[in-house]
Design a protein. Structure first.
Lengths: 114, 113
């Protein structure tokens, strides 16, 4: 069964450093997303991407964040200068042409900013 | 922003009995409602969904009920099995294709053998 994959599973970085989180969505999907979950809090939407451009972003997704789909398979989230409060689980999701907006999630990357 | 709320943080149920999880929402523009299950160190896994034009959807042991006038939905799991022990998230989205999901805070379910 096709699935969304994410690497690395755990990333530890120093405050102020850049990190890139990697995702490989399901191959025939058209819509791509990043969400995050800070420990003990809700899963929060960050950004959606369709037709090679951002379709929606949350207020969390400020100038420090960017997304890219550099080739036909990868979808990356970059944080330019990490802050302590960026520590969270980051989930990538993708969706095909689905009537109910059913999104498929990857296993997540745990980002720890020290 | 509490557009989707799950008021019960946890639920304990005996194996074989029914689990009922509840979810309330405030945004009348939501058109699709989804339930996800999440195990520790894994991503959310889709369980079942319902459109706002329906009031019930069933898939095996899982049934979702929607009361649009009350802005309330519930997930019934019957019979509950130990493997159902996980955190369950309610999520909602608008009608447009590709809309983001807005999640509730989750309910942790423990099914006791």
């Amino acid at each position: 069964e096709p699935e969304v994959t994410q690497t690395p599973s755990h990333q530890v970085t120093q405050m102020g450093q850049e990190v890139i989180l990697h995702c490989v969505p399901i191959s025939n999907h058209l819509y791509f997303y990043w969400y995050r979950q800070i420990l003990g809090q809700k899963v929060e939407f960050l950004v959606s991407f369709y037709n090679n451009e951002i379709s929606e972003k949350s207020e969390i997704f400020d100038d420090q964040f960017s997304v890219e789909r550099p080739d036909g398979s990868n979808f990356t989230l970059k944080i330019r200068s990490t802050k302590l409060e960026d520590s969270a689980m980051y989930f990538c999701a993708s969706m095909g042409q689905d009537l109910y907006n059913e999104q498929f999630f990857g296993p997540g990357t745990r980002l720890t900013v020290l | 922003d509490q557009q989707v709320k799950q008021n019960s943080p946890s639920l304990s149920v005996q194996e074989g009995r029914i689990s009922i999880l509840n979810c309330d929402y405030t945004n009348s523009m939501f058109d699709y409602f989804l339930w996800y299950k999440k195990y520790p160190a894994e991503g959310p896994t889709f369980l079942i969904s319902i459109s706002s034009i329906k009031d019930k959807n069933e898939d095996g042991r899982f049934t979702v009920f929607l009361n649009k006038s009350a802005k309330h939905l519930s997930l019934h799991i019957v019979p509950s099995q130990p493997g159902d022990s996980a955190v369950y998230f309610c999520a909602a989205s608008g009608q447009a294709a590709g809309n983001k999901l807005t999640f509730g805070g989750g309910t942790r379910v423990l099914v006791k053998p």
